[in-house]
Ligand binder design. Structure first.
Ligand code: TXA
Ligand code: MG
Length: 326
């Protein structure tokens, strides 16, 4: 693989990205949630290169990104709940897992041979320009090495994937900062991954509560990417800290604990949206300091707090199980 090209968002960026995708290339671009690593969803070879570049296990399927709900309907069967959620939240930080339609052009490799497909319409001007210019579905996992902390800036992408991918389009930091909420709408709607859209907003649109995430029930997860160790920094994480130990770095929320060797605050004013936007960047920066431990203050679990706590729990999980998912 030759050098990775880095370009700034601008009038020609979407066209350059679309041309690269059409040649089977790998293009990282911002979405409102995190940076995605895009490949032509209909090109099995390009998808194979994508798995290889991320070091992602091939059993872990990818999300197909499209420009609008009409394009999404060509790929999958929408039931009434799916229609309702798409109308309310697309474009936006919502991924729907739906039954594949016969003739769905997304490569079997991208869906890991499942009869379902995950679809998202991102709400980011540059991502949408790229999808419009390309005109076909683009599979895009988070643009990080598999199992590592997700990328929310072009620099994070470069740190993980330099010389492994063709192009990075720098559109500034991803505003939401945490991945999309994944909802399977096959039978009863179920949240497979909490994310940038809160459970409460989804329930309000559906008119009823959702079943608990599968991992908290005694079943095999439907989202093969939801293995425990994930979003993992090298440094050990200690959650719900109420005091700071000798030499520890601190990931704070609200008024910080004292005594840390280094402190980064997710949100001094205790705002969960701000905390989500800062989460992965702060984890990367604290990890680079090589403290013995990063201790993390308690984060409320309401709203976006569910997704933040989910990512922190995975980041803190022991890493002696095989490197996972996305
Ligand atoms: O916000 C996001 O969703 C970002 C941006 C780039 O769009 N993408 C993202 O992709 O987070 P990734 O690959 O890091 O996570 C996708 C998750 C994985 O856990 C995968 O297992 C799950 O979606 N997934 C994909 N297809 C699925 C399917 N058919 N059934 C169940 N889970 C699926
Ligand atoms: Mg990921």
């Amino acid at each position: 693989m030759s050098k990775t090209r880095l370009i700034k968002a601008g009038p020609r960026a979407a066209q350059a990205a679309a041309e690269c995708l059409a040649r089977g290339g790998l293009v990282a671009f911002p979405t409102e949630t995190v940076y995605g690593l895009g490949a032509d969803a209909t090109n099995g070879q390009a998808v194979a290169r994508l798995y290889e570049a991320k070091g992602r296990p091939a059993f872990n399927p990818l999300i197909a990104h499209v420009a609008d709900v009409e394009s999404a309907r060509k790929l999958a069967v929408f039931n009434a709940d799916a229609e309702r959620l798409a109308a309310a939240f697309w474009p936006g930080p919502l991924t729907l897992v739906l039954r594949r339609k016969p003739g769905c052009p997304v490569s079997d490799l991208a869906t890991a041979g499942l009869d379902t497909v995950a679809i998202r319409v991102p709400d980011h001007a540059l991502a949408r320009d790229i999808l419009h210019a390309f005109g076909r579905p683009v599979v895009a996992p988070s643009a990080n090495v598999s199992g590592h902390v997700s990328a929310t800036t072009a620099v994070h992408v470069l740190e993980d994937l330099d010389e492994k991918i063709d192009l990075i389009v720098d559109g500034g930091p991803a505003p939401v900062g945490i991945e999309s909420t994944i909802v399977a709408c096959l039978d009863q709607p179920v949240i497979l991954r909490p994310g940038g859209l809160s459970r409460g907003d989804i329930a309000a649109t559906l008119g009823h509560q959702l079943a608990q995430p599968l991992e908290s029930r005694d079943e095999t997860p439907l989202a093969p990417g939801m293995l425990e160790s994930h979003y993992a920094p090298r440094t050990r994480l200690r959650l719900n800290a109420t005091q700071v130990g000798q030499g520890e770095a601190l990931l704070a929320f609200g008024a910080p604990l004292s005594g840390a060797a280094a402190t980064l605050n997710l949100s001094e004013r205790g705002d969960l949206g701000e905390a989500a936007a800062n989460l992965f960047g702060h984890l990367r920066r604290l990890d680079a300091m090589r403290a013995p431990t990063i201790c993390v203050m308690r984060i409320p679990s309401a709203g976006l707090g569910e997704a933040i706590n989910d990512r922190l729990r995975r980041a803190a999980a022991p890493k002696d199980i095989p490197p996972s998912s996305s």
